[in-house]
Design a protein around this ligand. Structure first.
Ligand code: FAD
Ligand code: MG
Length: 351
């Protein structure tokens, strides 16, 4: 009997020490959060990496932010030496030799221009400059200047020669602006760099363009708030549950100015030259790549509810949330289980 007790006791000790080993082992490998925040692309970029190796996580973040720096230098219209500024300078004069990633982004832009029948148009640059929304010289343009700028907005005038790696704009004065798509591309490139460095769990937010890598460290979905367009940043109308996806919003609350009680925001309708005014005040796209979500969020904002929903419902693995100025929320069918309305002032309908 005594012998048996000893055996049991020994086994118990063994089990306890194994348990201790497992729990301390877990503590050692427990994922830590490493965060970095930078002001780039005219916005705040926040990145959180969850990894057991802090040094590796820090290095991977540094590399990812370095990549954004390169993208800004290549695509910014505010940097005179950028390749986009060069294309703009050469508009109607000569083709411009560009890097293959410029070709990639411009091809994507043309694709979404066609898909949205011109609601998304990367040749909108002159109109963006004329309105100056988000700058200290924002203003309602005079009609003559507006019509002049509008007359040279045409994505068909963007000519891409992939073989020779050259790009041209057909008419003098035409001006590209990739503000509605390049931030999405930057997010995808950050993700690509982090994955290359072995990161498996991360949360990126490039001024409203959210991109997640994997699921939360505990295996559950990430919970992303959908901004209440009637209030300032940080107020949500609902929560989206996502894993390994991009969530990109466009809204009239991001960049705007007000004059005589009217709001003039930065998403312009290429048909009128004025801020889009069709009852939609916020659109959110959920899909795999941020570049696609970014272009689509702007495109469907301008297309409006019916046409925008029809477009999203025609695309694979793409979901959307539309919010109207009457506080109505419309979600696509794939979000039924993933979107939770939390603000009682709004109503939600599946379409
Ligand atoms: P989105 O809906 O994704 O895009 C709206 C923007 O796209 C508008 O601001 C306009 O630029 C353009 N646009 C408007 N209407 C249309 C349309 N119908 N079709 C296509 N495009 C349209 N901001 C600064 O203040 N300072 C900077 O130095 C600066 N540098 C930047 C550099 C780069 C490379 C990029 C990509 C952006 C930069 N920005 C800068 C812009 C800033 O980050 C914008 O707020 C952002 O691009 C707009 O994104 P959004 O998600 O708010 O809206
Ligand atoms: Mg966009």
């Amino acid at each position: 009997m005594k012998k048996d007790m000893k055996k049991i006791y020994r086994k118990l000790i063994l089990c306890l020490s194994m348990l201790l080993y497992i729990t301390t082992g877990c503590n050692k490998t427990k994922e830590k959060i490493v965060q970095q925040e930078e002001y780039m692309l005219g916005t705040f970029i926040q990145a959180k990496v969850y990894d057991s190796n802090k040094t590796k996580a820090k290095k991977s973040l540094e590399k990812a932010f370095k990549r954004v720096e390169e993208i800004e230098e290549r695509f910014s219209v505010n940097i005179p030496t950028s390749e986009i500024s060069q294309i703009n300078k050469n508009a109607g004069i000569a083709p411009t030799k560009v890097d293959e990633e410029v070709i990639y982004l411009l091809r994507k832009s043309t694709y979404y221009s066609k898909l949205s029948q011109g609601a998304f148009d990367p040749t909108i640059g002159n109109l963006v400059q004329l309105w100056g929304i988000g700058t200290d010289h924002a203003q309602i343009p005079d009609d003559e200047s507006l019509q002049k700028a509008l007359s040279i907005v045409n994505f068909n005038d963007l000519i891409i020669n992939e073989e020779k790696s050259v790009v041209s704009l057909a008419k003098k004065g035409q001006r590209l602006d990739l503000g509605a798509i390049a931030k999405g591309y930057a997010a995808d490139e950050m993700k690509k760099n982090l994955i290359e460095e072995g990161v498996r769990t991360a949360f990126l937010n490039l001024g409203g363009n959210v991109l997640t890598i994997g699921s939360k460290p505990d295996g559950s979905s990430w919970k992303v708030g959908i901004q209440n367009p009637f209030t300032t940043r940080g107020n949500y109308i609902g929560i989206l549950e996502v894993r390994d996806q991009a969530i990109v919003s466009s809204g009239n609350y991001e960049r705007y100015f007000e004059e005589e009680g009217k709001r003039y925001h930065h998403i312009l309708d290429p048909r009128t030259g004025y801020p889009s005014n069709n009852g939609i005040i916020s659109t959110t796209i959920i899909t795999n790549q941020s570049i696609d979500a970014d272009a689509l969020s702007t495109a469907v904002y301008v297309m409006g509810l019916e046409k925008g929903l029809a477009l999203i419902n025609s695309l694979a693995d793409t979901e959307a949330v539309f919010i109207t100025n009457e506080k109505k929320v419309y979600i696509t069918s794939g979000l039924e289980e993933k979107f939770h309305l939390t603000n009682g002032e709004f109503t939600c309908e599946k379409r």
